[in-house]
Write a protein that binds this ligand. Structure first.
Ligand code: SAH
Length: 245
């Protein structure tokens, strides 16, 4: 697996791929351009936000968004009256996120450059809701991020993940379709070997003490150019977990 190269003896802050972070930093100035390579994130945002709110109402909650990038989800959750912290290890997207919140007058969101594992050591059991979307498939040791997310949630809290499944269909749709045919994403955005089967993610969650509660798939209709939530989790999917109270 892709994270076999990860050295357990390295500082936990090293659970990051410098090339991946550079890729997101390079594109950061276009993060809030809904016609750019970030269009998919803008389009799926209302769908995932609604699902999160259905399970874990956000108003007044302390929320952590892991791998927040330019803040599309973090800022939307702040607009739902949550107190949000967004973290990432790519510097430029964090700058873009801060500037956007400032311009929009959204004050209940803050952004920090800190590794998930490091924040878990600093602020364990502090968050009512932890979200970690479209990030695990870019990290050398995703199980370690899952573990850290579990530590960051308070007992009874919710932890949400989304990522890409690993099978021939997801290769065809998420890489060939999205990067080469429809050109929704730049080539090289995703690496197939890093995709994660729901069974793998569920095992990492359970090993971290989280109890998976619900799962949803995301679909895309290339004709209407619309994303939609569905039961089919064979390509892009979301998982909701809870830390027992
Ligand atoms: N979660 C956001 C952005 C997804 S893009 C959303 O769904 O809208 C993936 C993000 O993960 C990028 O911002 C990238 O910088 C971040 N990322 C990649 N590796 C990371 C790591 N090891 N630690 C923290 N963030 C990371």
């Amino acid at each position: 697996m892709s994270f076999s190269a990860y050295d357990e003896h390295m500082n936990t802050a090293a659970n990051a791929d410098a090339q991946e972070l550079a890729k997101f930093s390079e594109l950061a100035h276009r993060w809030w351009d809904a016609g750019s390579e970030f269009r998919p994130l803008h389009e799926i945002n209302p769908l995932r936000l609604a699902w999160i709110e259905e399970l874990a109402p956000l108003a007044g909650k302390r929320v952590l968004d892991v791998g927040c990038g330019g803040g599309i989800l973090a800022e939307a959750m702040a607009r739902r009256a949550a107190h949000v912290m967004g973290i990432d290890l790519a510097v430029k997207p964090l700058g873009v996120a801060r500037l956007h919140a400032l311009e929009q007058g959204v004050t209940n969101v803050e952004y920090r450059e800190v590794a998930t594992e490091a924040l878990a050591a600093e602020q364990p059991a502090c968050f009512d809701v932890v979200t970690c979307m479209e990030m695990l498939e870019h990290v050398p040791d995703p199980a370690s991020v899952v573990q850290a997310c579990a530590r960051l949630a308070r007992p009874g809290g919710w932890v949400f993940f989304s990522t890409l499944n690993r099978n021939p269909k997801s290769f065809l749709f998420a890489i060939v379709g999205a990067e080469y045919v429809l050109r929704l994403l730049p080539r090289g955005t995703h690496e197939y070997a890093r995709f994660i089967r729901p069974s793998e993610l569920a095992r990492w969650c359970r090993d971290a003490g989280l109890v998976p509660q619900a799962m949803r798939g995301l679909g895309y209709n290339p004709f209407t150019r619309r994303y939609f939530m569905q039961a089919d989790t064979s390509v892009n999917y979301l998982v909701a977990c809870r830390l027992p109270a």
